[in-house]
Design a protein around this ligand. Structure first.
Ligand code: OSB
Ligand code: MG
Length: 369
């Protein structure tokens, strides 16, 4: 019983197309994979921290350090492989949600595999497919953005999210809306604005956006509540939806009408499900955000998004939108209904391919119990 060994691998995988947000452009995915071994089974998790501390203070390197020095030894010393127990035991340890989420997710995959059920079933999910959507980064020109959106619409994506920042906002929304008057469209600012831009942001009400994601700092709830009071467009929190307590306070303050749940940002699936449950009680719709994950992280997102409160399109696209070849078999594909199927097999229900992992590995380390 218990965990016999944990392995950690750092990977670097080129994207099929660069991805640019208000904080910069990336050409490849940097991430960590966690593998937790017990009784002939292996649970997989992914750490979504990025190369540089832009979206979050965490990086691939800080996550490696925290996992090696703190979280992995904690699991090996505990003799327990129970994800909820890991969550409780490590509550006293501060910060590093992405690092701890990667390990907690591997424990969740292992738990579902031991029970021979899918992770969706273990979580209490009730969907066989989840709504897809695609997040389109900032491009070199508005014409290139329109062309990319057109491509994704032709592929059947039912919702488009564009990235905005000061100088790439009103004119871009104007162009996208006049070219595609009827599509489901939302905009994500990745914390690029302050209240000084109140009048620009209010002008976004013209474009029938499904939501405006995270205009202000990820440390803020109050200024968001000021903006939401003055705007018709629903505000959705991403970076600021840091934990169930932050979400509860956002609801009390009126900082948003929608929550983006990212399992990495909030420290794991226990916290993510608490947020989901709270939002359901308050009739606040949620959807699953993404961090350009490999098939391992994507599988975890798909299972989480099978829960009933996930009623809006998720940032969960097909594997081919991100990578020439994904790490898992089968790869994720878009159905003709604009959805992604929830894998039915045990755990994450997709098989990570060891030869592909090795091909993209920069470093790896094994930690025996
Ligand atoms: O803010 O949602 C975001 C990617 C990296 C960091 C932050 C974000 C994103 C995305 C990508 O928008 C969504 C996806 O994984 O498809
Ligand atoms: Mg976002």
């Amino acid at each position: 019983m218990g965990v016999e060994r944990i392995e950690m691998v750092q990977l670097e995988i080129p994207y099929v197309h660069f991805f640019e947000t208000s904080f910069g452009r990336e050409y490849s995915k940097s991430c960590l994979l966690l593998k937790v071994f017990s009784e002939g089974l292996c649970g997989y998790g992914e750490v979504v921290a990025e190369r540089s501390p832009l979206y979050s203070y965490e990086t691939t390197a800080t996550a490696w350090l925290m996992l090696k020095d703190v979280f992995i030894p904690e699991v090996l010393a505990s003799g327990s492989e129970e994800p909820a127990a890991f969550y409780e035991r490590t509550r006293r340890l501060k910060g590093h949600p992405m690092a701890r989420a990667g390990l907690e997710l591997a424990l969740w995959d292992l738990a579902a595999k031991k029970q021979e059920i899918s992770l969706a079933r273990l979580y209490g999910g009730d969907k066989q497919e989840v709504l897809s959507g695609v997040s389109v980064g900032i491009q070199d020109s508005p014409a290139q953005l329109l062309a990319r959106i057109e491509e994704f619409l032709e592929q059947g994506y039912p919702r488009i999210k564009i990235k905005i920042k000061p100088g790439w906002d009103l004119r871009i929304c104007e162009e996208v809306r006049s070219r595609f008057p009827d599509i489901l469209l939302q905009a994500d600012a990745n914390a690029a604005y302050t209240l000084d831009s109140l009048s620009v942001l209010k002008t976004l009400d013209r474009f029938q956006l499904q939501m405006l994601e995270q205009p202000f700092s990820g440390q803020d709830l109050w200024d968001h509540s000021r903006l939401q009071q003055e705007m018709q467009t629903p505000i959705c929190l991403d970076e600021s939806a840091r934990s169930v307590d932050w979400v509860r306070q956002a609801q009390l303050m009126g900082s948003c009408r929608i929550i983006n749940i990212k399992v990495g940002r909030v420290g794991g699936a226990v916290e993510a499900r608490k947020i989901h449950d709270l939002c359901r009680e308050h009739d606040m719709p949620v959807w699953c955000g993404g961090m350009l994950e490999t098939g391992v992280g994507r599988a975890h997102n798909v299972h989480l998004a099978s829960l009933p409160g996930f009623t809006l399109s998720n940032d969960i696209s097909a594997s081919s939108r991100y990578f020439a070849q994904d790490l898992v078999e089968p790869e994720f594909t878009l159905t003709e209904r604009g959805t992604i199927r929830v894998p039915a097999g045990p755990g994450i229900g997709v098989e990570p391919q060891e030869d592909r992992i090795t091909g993209f590995a920069l470093r790896r380390e094994a930690f025996p119990a």
